[in-house]
Design a binder for this molecule. Sequence first.
Ligand code: PLP
Length: 447
Amino acid sequence: MLSNSLIEKDRAHYFHPVVPIRAHEERGVTVMQSGKGVFLTDSEGNELLDGFAGLWCVNAGYGHENVVAAAAEQMQRLPYATGYFHFGSEPAIELAAKLAELSPGDLDHVFFTLGGSDAVDTVIRMVRYYFNARGEGSKKHFIALEKGYHGSSSNGAGLTALPVFHDKFDLPMQWQHHIASPYPYRNEATSDAEIIAQGVANLKAKVAELGAEDTAAFIMELVQGSGGVIVPPEGYAKAMQDTCRELGILFIVDEVITGFGRTGPMFGCEHEGLTPDFLTTAKGLTSGYAPMGAVFVSDGVYQTIANAVPEGVPFGHGFTYSGHPVSAAVALEVIKLYEGGMIENSKKVGAYFEAQLKTLLDHPLVGDIRAKGLLAAVEIVTDKSTKTKPAKEMNVAARLAKAGYENGVIFRAFADDVIGLAPPICITETEVDLLMTRLRATLNTLL
Ligand code: PLP
């Protein structure tokens, strides 16, 4: 049972990330106490099916003793080792090699961060360094997709295209640009091919406007997560990659959500055989058991950067906790779980999940269901034929989140009336059935 004093301490002192602050103070905090598999238990003893894997990160599910043991063993033997000054730790080295083996294309070099935002920031700095090294220092502009999310660091938040991450933060927006999201459900195009052609045309137009000689890179999520789980048509990302190559700009894929089995294969890039110049990961890398992110760098980019660093001078980018040995030990153990059956499970149960989810299309308020493996969204409308969004006064997102909790399921209720789903990839078909029952009951509370 959560004590009043804990609620009061939270209210008085815990400045939470990404919450409506005053509403949170009024409502009070919700605290989870334990987890096992896909289930969480809260401080009141309620058991909840975690349909969002924490913050789409606990891909392997909760309570894996082998992961806990690996962390404890590493903590006891050597809790910290730097990657600076020619030092390293065994788990960080093994993990870099493992990730290079698993990664698509020639992404053979791994730079460790603490999460996704600093992974995106790291890429921005490396891209700058790379073009300066090539004597193409005018290439400064970055292009991203509207509705994209690339973290909330002071640099990366500019690539993010969600208003709450910009408003009142005085972001210096001189070099971050956005082109339209493919958003198939709300796109006037009549075919996937048309959506893909639009994306290519928009990218070409933006590069023409900025000048190819001044444009550095294009970054995209393979499924736009925080923008409302927007799934581009198959072939979209490949067409954007080809366009980047044609225009002489770098292609960056942000797999912070889609990495590590979320959409089926280990990396989302595998769906279309993508070979980006940079790939960012975090979340599922450690399954949320410890903080860690990683930037995968192509061999060509790495060699250019390495050749440009003057003899005896360090490459001036890094964090105290880059390659933290405890996080690395956790990641190695989690990857064993992925390779030991969870990736296969994600592919198999992902297809079942998608099929089951589509049965909700018969619900009067469900306008769209979109999914890629175990990453999905349900978009609520009040009129299916006109795709009309519910009026703000209906407070749909807040009502859904509350009703979901009361029905024993946690999901992400986006402010624009979209339910985001991303259960742990170890979920079984029986658990998917339970998730569907609870989801339908939750949707029915809106009727
Ligand atoms: N990139 C994407 C696609 C994300 O979804 C997120 C977080 O949700 C980030 C970057 C930032 O990651 P973090 O919250 O670990 O800083």
